[in-house]
Design a protein around this ligand. Structure first.
Ligand SMILES: NC(=O)C1=CN([C@@H]2O[C@H](COP(=O)(O)OP(=O)(O)OC[C@H]3O[C@@H](n4cnc5c(N)ncnc54)[C@H](O)[C@@H]3O)[C@@H](O)[C@H]2O)[C@H](O)CC1
Ligand SMILES: [K+]
Length: 472
C-alpha cells in the first residue's frame, strides 16, 4: 500500500486527499451504524490509521463525538495525521490525549471507532493500546474498525496477541488478505486511488529496494552475464549495469577470444573466458556449475545467433533451475525449451514476434497480448517500447519512463543487466518492473544532459540515482 500511495502521489493525488476520503468513508459507516445524536468514541492511534478517524470526526457533526488520542500530539507520526489533529483542536472538538493506560476512560458510548492501528501494526499491542482494546472489547458499544481491527495483521488475519473485536471493518482501496476470516462485516471503501497508481510503475516501486543497513557483501547479488562473441561491448554493458543497479559482484563468461577486450571495458568486472570465439554446447557443463553459485544469470548480450551458440543456450536453459534474464539472440530459444528456471525475457517488439508472440501499437491491447503470451510461456516478459509492458501471465505493469534517445545501441544490454541485478533480490515481476522504471529514468536523466545524442554508457552512472528516486 505504501508503494501505491506513493505512486498515487506522483500522479497528483496526495496522501492527505486519500486520508480525507478514508475518513469520509469511516463517517459514512458511522452514520450507517448509529443514529444522529448517538455518542461516538473515536479512539485514535498516532499513525495514519488514527489520522483517518481524526478526519471522520470532522464529518460527524450530528453526533456526540469524543476523540481519544493515544499518546501526546507531538508523538503523532505523520504530518497529515497531525494536521487533522490540529484542525480538531482548533475547532474545539471534544478531544483528550491519553498518555498512560490509567488515563484511558472510554465512557459508555453507543459506537466506538477503533483507529488505533492499521497496516502499520508491529507485534503485540503495547500500552496504552492494549488497555484501550480491552476496554473497547468489554464495552457494549458497536465497534467499527478503521482499515483493520487494531492488533490484527492485515496480511495474515492473525493477531500477535490481543486484538479489537469489531462488528464492522471499513477497509480502504482493496480487500486485505487477512480480513477474510474475521467474523464481522468488512466493507471495502474506494478512496480515490487511481487505477494508474497500480498499473504504471512509479517512485513507489523503488520502496522494494529499501536496503537494511546490516547487509553485507553478497547480500545484493552475485550476477553472471553469459555473452560476447561477435560483440564484446554488450556483455560489458550488461555486467556494469548489474553493478550500478546494486549487485555486489558482476561476472562475465565470454569466449576466450574476446575476454581481454571485455575486461578492458571495466576493472570492476570479473571476466572468465571459455574456449574458442563463440558459445558452444561443449561449454554448457562448466557454465552450469559456474552459474549454480550465482544469484542470477543474464543470458544473451552479444552472443550472436550462430546455431551452435543457440544450441548451447537451449541446453543450458533446459538444465538450469535458477533465475535468468534472457535477452537478444538467446530469446528465440525460450519458447521451445522446457525449463525449471525462473526466466525474465526482455524482448523488444521485433524479438517478441520472433518468439511467437504478438504485439500492437496500442499499449492497452499490447498489455493483454503480452500477459497472454507470458502465461503461455510460463515466464515473465518485459516487452520494451515507448510504454514497456511487464507481465508474469497474471499481473501487468506498464512503464512510461524513457525517451526516443534510448533507441541507441546498448540500452537493451543495460536494461538486461539491471534486470539481472534486481532479479537477484526481488521477485521476477517486481524486478522487471523496477528495472524498466530505473533504466528509463536513467535514460531520461541522460537525455537531459545529451538529448538525442545519449549513448548507453550514459545510463550506467545515472542508474543509481534513477533507482534511488532522486529528482532529476
Ligand atoms: N492507501 C491506503 O490504504 C491508505 C491507508 N491509510 C491509513 O493508513 C494506515 C497505515 O498508517 P501507518 O501510519 O503506516 O500505520 P498505523 O497507523 O497502522 O500504525 C502506526 C502507529 O502505530 C504504532 N504501533 C505500531 N505497532 C504498535 C503496537 N504493537 N502497539 C502500539 N503501537 C503500535 C506505531 O508506533 C505508529 O505510531 C492504514 O491502516 C489506513 O488506515 C491512509 O490514511 C490513506 C491511504
Ligand atoms: K484500526
Amino acid at each position: 500500500m505504501a508503494a501505491v500511495d506513493l505512486n498515487a502521489e506522483a500522479l497528483g493525488v496526495p496522501r492527505k486527499q486519500l486520508m480525507e476520503s478514508s475518513g469520509n468513508a469511516v463517517a459514512r459507516a458511522c452514520r450507517d451504524l448509529a443514529d444522529p445524536g448517538a455518542s461516538v468514541a473515536v479512539v485514535a492511534g498516532r499513525g495514519n490509521n488514527g489520522g483517518d478517524a481524526l478526519v471522520a470526526a470532522r464529518f460527524l457533526k450530528a453526533y456526540d463525538v469524543t476523540v481519544h488520542l493515544l499518546g501526546r500530539p507531538e508523538t503523532i507520526s505523520t504530518d497529515i495525521a497531525r494536521e487533522n489533529w490540529d484542525a480538531l483542536v482548533a475547532g474545539e472538538a471534544d478531544h483528550r490525549t491519553v498518555t498512560d493506560s490509567a488515563g484511558f476512560d472510554l465512557g459508555d458510548p453507543d459506537l466506538v471507532v477503533d483507529a488505533m492501528l492499521g497496516t502499520g501494526v508491529t507485534g503485540a499491542l503495547r500500552e496504552p493500546e492494549a488497555t484501550a482494546a480491552r476496554a473497547i472489547n468489554d464495552s457494549s458499544a458497536t465497534v467499527l474498525a478503521v482499515d483493520v481491527p487494531s492488533g490484527v495483521d492485515a496480511d495474515t488475519g492473525d493477531a500477535a496477541g490481543l486484538a479489537v473485536d469489531a462488528d464492522r471493518v471499513v477497509t480502504f482501496h482493496d480487500d486485505k488478505p487477512g480480513l477474510g476470516d474475521l467474523d464481522c462485516e468488512v466493507v471495502v471503501a474506494d478512496i480515490g486511488i487511481p487505477e494508474a497508481a497500480e498499473l504504471f510503475t512509479g517512485p513507489g516501486d523503488l520502496l522494494a529496494l529499501d536496503r537494511d543497513a546490516q547487509s553485507h557483501k553478497g547480500d545484493h547479488g552475485d550476477v553472471l552475464v553469459v555473452g560476447g562473441g561477435p560483440y564484446t561491448g554488450a556483455p560489458a554493458l550488461a555486467a556494469q549495469s548489474a553493478l550500478r543497479a546494486g549487485a555486489d559482484l558482476a561476472r562475465v563468461a565470454c569466449p576466450e577470444a574476446v575476454a581481454r577486450e571485455v575486461q578492458g571495458y571495466s576493472e570492476n568486472l570479473i571476466v572468465r573466458g571459455f574456449s574458442g570465439d563463440r558459445l558452444a554446447p561443449e561449454h554448457v557443463p562448466d557454465l552450469l556449475d559456474f552459474a549454480a553459485d550465482r544469484d542470477a544469470v543474464v543470458f544473451g548480450p552479444g552472443l550472436g545467433d550462430a546455431d551452435e551458440s543457440l544450441a548451447a543456450v537451449r541446453e543450458f536453459l533446459a538444465a538450469y533451475d535458477g533465475t535468468a534474464v534472457v535477452d537478444a539472440d538467446a530469446l528465440q530459444v525460450v519458447p521451445d525449451v522446457d525449463t525449471e528456471a525462473t526466466l525474465i525475457c526482455t524482448p523488444h517488439q521485433g524479438e517478441l514476434r520472433k518468439m511467437g508472440g504478438e504485439t500492437d501499437s496500442d499499449w492497452e491491447v499490447r498489455s493483454d497480448l503480452v500477459r497472454e503470451f507470458a502465461a503461455d510461456l510460463g515466464h515473465t516478459l518485459l516487452v520494451k517500447g515507448a510504454y514497456d509492458v511487464v507481465s508474469d501471465g497474471d499481473a501487468v505493469r506498464v512503464n512510461r519512463t524513457g525517451n526516443p534517445g534510448m533507441t541507441v545501441g546498448g540500452t537493451g544490454d543495460v536494461l538486461a543487466g539491471a534486470t539481472g541485478a534486481l532479479a537477484a533480490v526481488l521477485p521476477p515481476l517486481d524486478a522487471a518492473a523496477v528495472a524498466a522504471y530505473g533504466n528509463g529514468r536513467a535514460g531520461d536523466l541522460a537525455a537531459e544532459a545529451f538529448g538525442g545524442g545519449l549513448v548507453a554508457t550514459d545510463l550506467l552512472e545515472r542508474l543509481p540515482a534513477a533507482l534511488r528516486g532522486d529528482e532529476a
